[in-house]
Design a protein. Structure first.
Length: 356
């Protein structure tokens, strides 16, 4: 994508007005201002819950609870802000206010230590205020914020079926770079699924986590890896985690299988199955080296699901990058369906060249 250079031959009245509204957040007014965590977080939580009604998963609900808690701790957080010289990065962003109420929100956060990549999230406008350009103005404020902090990239995620939002982001210069889907099956199989060519799957020990991490990294498409590479700590299995898994298995609340396929000494496929008794979802994770895509996905999925026979009748969830079409099709063949698909989009940020 090309890069546009902005030339400020003079400061426009519109830009002066925007700056005035931004740097005077204490005044009662209608329009855009920076997020003030001490007073805005509870309203932002309500807005996100309202705007994304029915879309929030348990992790999203947990985030809302944390936002409301932070809002109730406003004075304490204000003291932290004073002592540390600013609010934590997680609270960066802007709100749109109407009649004293927050009706629009956008969050802007650094996504790496060097502040080259920034994430835009929680873009929400109350349903009754949509169609007025508020979402666009919030996005433009977020992009200006990233530009002012000399960021290089703005990245966001949007539901694949949210065409209104996708069109807005495309108009603002964003392009899709990768797509991932959470797929679900309504329950474990009651009897073994047929496997035409059984795979030589072996149990992986906790000490082999680094091989699994390397495989997970290699299995991601290039641009997905550029944005969100797997984190090493998520694969490392500590002594405390091993003890916890053993205890949960002993009391019957959870069981975890870690399995792999090797060709020679090389780990080319890894699977994790997490069966639960009281939680709402069984979880699967699968990593296949791209050199072996298209070879054994249907057998892999069937053999993996067979580990869940006899488990409680909960839904089964797995995240998969949609570029791995062979795995997506294999999952569909045994009853999985797309529950939520997210498109990751990015835009290159160009720095303004100011000319007096």
């Amino acid at each position: 994508m090309g890069c546009i250079i902005w030339l400020n031959l003079r400061t426009s009245p519109e830009r002066n007005f925007m700056a005035t509204t931004v740097i005077n957040p204490s005044r009662q007014f209608r329009g855009l201002r920076p997020l003030d965590p001490r007073r805005d977080l509870p309203q932002v939580a309500d807005l996100i819950e309202h705007a994304f009604s029915g879309e929030l998963d348990p992790s999203g609900q947990a985030v809302l609870r944390e936002l409301r808690l932070m809002g109730r701790l406003g004075r304490v957080m204000g003291l932290v802000s004073t002592l540390e010289g600013g609010w934590p990065g997680m609270f960066g962003g802007y709100v749109w206010v109407e009649d004293g109420h927050v009706v629009g929100n956008v969050t802007v956060q650094r996504a790496d230590a060097h502040a080259r990549r920034w994430q835009i999230a929680n873009v929400a406008v109350a349903p009754e205020y949509r169609g007025r350009g508020i979402g666009r103005m919030l996005m433009e404020a977020a992009l200006d914020h990233i530009r002012a902090h000399e960021g290089t990239w703005a990245v966001l995620q949007v539901r694949a079926d949210n065409m209104v939002a996708r069109r807005l982001y495309e108009q603002l210069g964003f392009e899709a770079i990768t797509e991932s889907s959470e797929m679900r099956r309504d329950r474990p199989p009651e009897s073994p699924l047929p496997v035409s060519a059984p795979l030589p799957m072996e149990t992986l020990s906790a000490d082999e986590w680094e091989e699994v991490y390397d495989l997970a990294l290699a299995s991601l498409p290039t641009l997905a890896r550029w944005w969100q590479p797997p984190r090493r700590h998520r694969f490392q299995i500590t002594a405390d985690q091993r003890l916890g898994e053993w205890l949960r298995r002993l009391i019957g609340s959870e069981r975890v299988w870690r399995l792999g396929i090797r060709i020679g000494e090389r780990l080319v496929t890894a699977v994790m199955v997490r069966a639960v008794r009281w939680q709402p979802l069984h979880r699967l994770e699968m990593w296949v080296h791209p050199d072996h895509w298209g070879k054994w996905e249907l057998s892999l999925v069937a053999q993996t699901l067979n580990f869940l026979i006899g488990s409680p009748a909960h839904e089964i969830a797995i995240h998969v990058n949609t570029e791995y079409t062979w795995l997506v099709e294999a999952l569909r063949a045994v009853g999985f369906r797309a529950h939520r698909t997210l498109v990751t989009m990015r835009r290159r940020i160009c720095q303004e060249v100011k000319v007096a």
